[in-house]
Design a protein around this ligand. Sequence first.
Ligand SMILES: NC(=O)c1ccc[n+]([C@@H]2O[C@H](COP(=O)([O-])OP(=O)(O)OC[C@H]3O[C@@H](n4cnc5c(N)ncnc54)[C@H](O)[C@@H]3O)[C@@H](O)[C@H]2O)c1
Ligand SMILES: O=c1ccn([C@@H]2O[C@H](COP(=O)(O)OP(=O)(O)O[C@H]3O[C@H](CO)[C@@H](O)[C@H](O)[C@H]3O)[C@@H](O)[C@H]2O)c(=O)[nH]1
Length: 329
Amino acid sequence: MTVLILGGAGYVGSHATDEFLARGYDVAVVDNLSTGHRAAVDEKARFYEGDIRDKTFLSDVFTKEKNIEGVMHFCAYSLVGESMEKPLMYFENNVGGAITLLEVMNDFNVKHIVFSSTAATFGIPKETPITEQTPQNPINPYGESKLIMEKMMKWQASATDMTYVALRYFNVAGAKHDGSIGEAHKNETHLIPIILQVALGQREKIMIYGDDYQTEDGTCVRDYIGMADLIDAHIKALDYLKTGGQSDAFNLGTKTGYSNLQVLETARKVTGHAIPSEIGPRRAGDPDALVADSSKAQAILKWTPSEKLADIIQNAWSWHQKHPHGYED
Ligand SMILES: NC(=O)c1ccc[n+]([C@@H]2O[C@H](COP(=O)([O-])OP(=O)(O)OC[C@H]3O[C@@H](n4cnc5c(N)ncnc54)[C@H](O)[C@@H]3O)[C@@H](O)[C@H]2O)c1
Ligand SMILES: O=c1ccn([C@@H]2O[C@H](COP(=O)(O)OP(=O)(O)O[C@H]3O[C@H](CO)[C@@H](O)[C@H](O)[C@H]3O)[C@@H](O)[C@H]2O)c(=O)[nH]1
């Protein structure tokens, strides 16, 4: 049986492809390479270049891949700041892509989907740590697009025998332990890779966006989840659906928040570099603190995260040192 990985050339999708293959699954990947890299996809996976919004293309993939037992859906635009400037682009790709995908899954009678949702669906949370009962009120178009996707999955699951798991990742970071694949966004905006680019001498300094948030040191607090832990949750989620688990959503994090300054300090220790920094203005759309309570994933999916922030940064650092120009090397 085959796992179809949509967005498998991207940061998270390429690690999922690698790990599903390592665990003996047959894997096919679809990606339009808008933000992904062909070189990030393991050669053992069959690769289809194209856009999931293109129903003819996607139906063709489902026709060729006759034995799809589950879909892992990573395709999306996913930058909070960009979504504030280009909201329609986000709804068009994220929501539009999901509609086409659900239609094609229905046409081909494919029953299970695990998809990437996000902490950004919660907006400014009413409580911390955030549980699955915490109300979802996104404060940026990216989070809103993912909440719409969650709701579409729910209605589609209630109307058909399709089942889904929505995994709401908190901040993903790190790389495969051996540094062979990792994070290489074309215009990097994420905190940890930018900090490491400073350590590599590719940037002069890291600008920390705002120090007047309602947190201990005034900088935003995030909950960092390591790549190996994240992918393990996806494999467990697919197993859960395959063995009859009901559609559901799970928060994925470590229940530990780190401020932007604490992340910077940890990176200084891991890399041994001074990493110059400066405090700048706030970035639009950033909540003060996002920390996950993942007890539900631990209880139902039997998922327990083990990677600590220093390990996560160490893995990312190995990747960045080996591939200072990402997949261009
Ligand atoms: N990285 C994080 O911290 C984080 C946190 C929460 C949720 N997520 C979600 O996880 C998923 C993966 O994130 P990532 O960091 O790997 O992003 P990414 O941009 O590296 O990966 C997304 C992949 O999907 C592809 N893609 C996008 N739209 C497509 C389309 N219409 N058709 C075909 N391919 C398409 C891109 O080319 C890319 O390879 C996204 O859905 C994102 O919203 C990421
Ligand atoms: O140069 C930089 C880049 C980021 N930050 C700050 O670092 C924190 C983390 O930002 P970033 O790494 O860009 O991640 P988020 O904006 O928190 O979003 C990530 O994490 C979300 C879940 O919390 C996911 O939904 C998104 O897809 C993913 O990009 C925020 O306070 C940013 O303002 C800086 O201070 N300077």
